[in-house]
Design a protein around this ligand. Structure first.
Ligand code: 13P
Ligand code: SF4
Length: 366
């Protein structure tokens, strides 16, 4: 049964209110200048024995360049695995800070750069390590499972780190062993897993500012307009959106589902950066963005992560020239943070879990 958070603990289960930055306005580049920049970046990567590791929410030019130069475009689990498997000495992580930190924690001997170290994540920012440690200390009987979208010190306090592609089987596994869970920071993902597994989960009350904006009532309206569409939802979305999904999954699992489903139309509830890769893997299908705020358009992020938007060709070239946006992790904290991440990687390896096929789940109850 779900565990309600007692009133006395609520302060300890909720981080600070997040200031959402304005997405940067990158000056438009002509196709010719774009090509020149891409060639220059490819040359710098080769000279520095560096490889691009990009997330699906970043700009299409970055994703394309990562693929063209032998890097990868992936979800957060696969990004972590690719970084370790790659022989390159430098990993240039295009995404948000926790992705760069995870790469550094697993590969301390490698240089890890990011286009902008200020690219964080509302889930990470909403889970301050001291408050979180206090919360854990009050529940010593619970296994601490944290989402990868957290800082290094939060990971260092955890028993397990999981990503959206593997959170469900990990919690199923722990639940079968009779373990009670303390889950942080995403409350929507936590509630979804709790509902799917029946595990006893105490939830931190964090949210993703991007997925939080999807609205169940507005999605119902769009579904009525497109009855032949399948609904693909990232599990950071609110419960009334997840309940309408045909497939719930990580970014990689949603892309995989887009190509496999027979529907000619797909309604997609996740960051719109994913559309580039989805179009490549499901050509000819109509992709419809799930509505963010319905009438009134009050959304803060409007389905595009403002931190992911801090990655661009311009600052990628710059960081390769200066090397100044390098991730450093305190070695003592790294020692502790690497253990729950290794546990995740071993679990994924044992299950032979590559992101696709993963566990796309039919969640619609009707
Ligand atoms: P994925 O692991 O599904 O790529 O999710 C990362 C993320 O930050 C989604 O908002
Ligand atoms: Fe964090 Fe949400 Fe951005 Fe993903 S989309 S990086 S969860 S703020």
């Amino acid at each position: 049964m779900p565990t309600a958070i007692p009133e006395s603990l609520r302060d300890h289960a909720t981080g600070p209110r997040i200031q959402v930055p304005q997405p940067p306005q990158w000056p438009a580049l002509s196709e010719a200048r774009k090509d020149t920049k891409k060639r220059r970046i490819a040359q710098l990567l080769a000279e520095q024995d560096a490889v691009l590791v990009a997330h699906y929410y970043t700009d299409a030019d970055l994703q394309e360049l990562a693929e063209e130069t032998g890097g990868c475009v992936a979800d957060s689990l696969e990004m972590a695995r690719f970084g370790s498997a790659s022989p390159a000495n430098t990993l240039v992580v295009c995404g948000v800070r926790f992705m760069g930190e995870t790469a550094k924690i697993i590969n301390p001997e490698k240089r890890v750069l990011m286009p902008d170290l200020a690219a964080t994540c509302s889930l990470d920012e909403g889970c301050p390590p001291d408050t979180f440690t206090d919360f854990c200390d009050r529940h010593p009987d619970r296994t601490v499972v944290v989402y990868a979208n957290t800082g290094v010190r939060v990971k260092a306090r955890a028993d397990w780190v999981v990503t959206s592609s593997i959170a469900l089987p990990v919690i199923e596994h722990l639940h079968r062993q009779g373990q009670k869970i303390l889950w942080a920071p995403d409350k929507h993902l936590g509630r979804y897993i709790e509902r799917m597994t029946g595990a006893d989960m105490l939830l931190w009350q964090g949210t993703c500012v991007v997925h939080e904006e999807f609205k169940g009532f507005a999605l119902e309206g769009v579904r009525r307009l497109h009855p032949d569409a399948a609904v693909l939802v990232h599990p950071e979305s609110p419960a009334d959106v997840v309940e309408q999904a045909d497939v719930v999954g990580s970014t990689a699992q949603l892309i995989d589902a887009a190509s496999r489903l027979p529907n000619p139309k797909l309604i997609v509830a996740t960051d719109q950066g994913i559309f580039w890769k989805m179009r490549c893997s499901a050509p000819g299908k109509k992709l419809i963005a799930a509505p963010t705020a319905g009438i009134g358009a009050t959304c803060e992020s409007c389905a595009h992560c403002p931190w992911m938007a801090m990655n661009a060709l311009q600052n990628l070239e710059q960081v390769l020239l200066t090397g100044d946006q390098e991730i450093h992790v305190d070695p003592e904290i790294r020692e502790r943070a690497v253990r729950p991440i290794r546990r995740l990687l071993a679990f994924a390896r044992d299950r032979h879990a590559t992101a696709p096929p993963g566990v796309p789940v039919r969640a619609r109850s009707e």
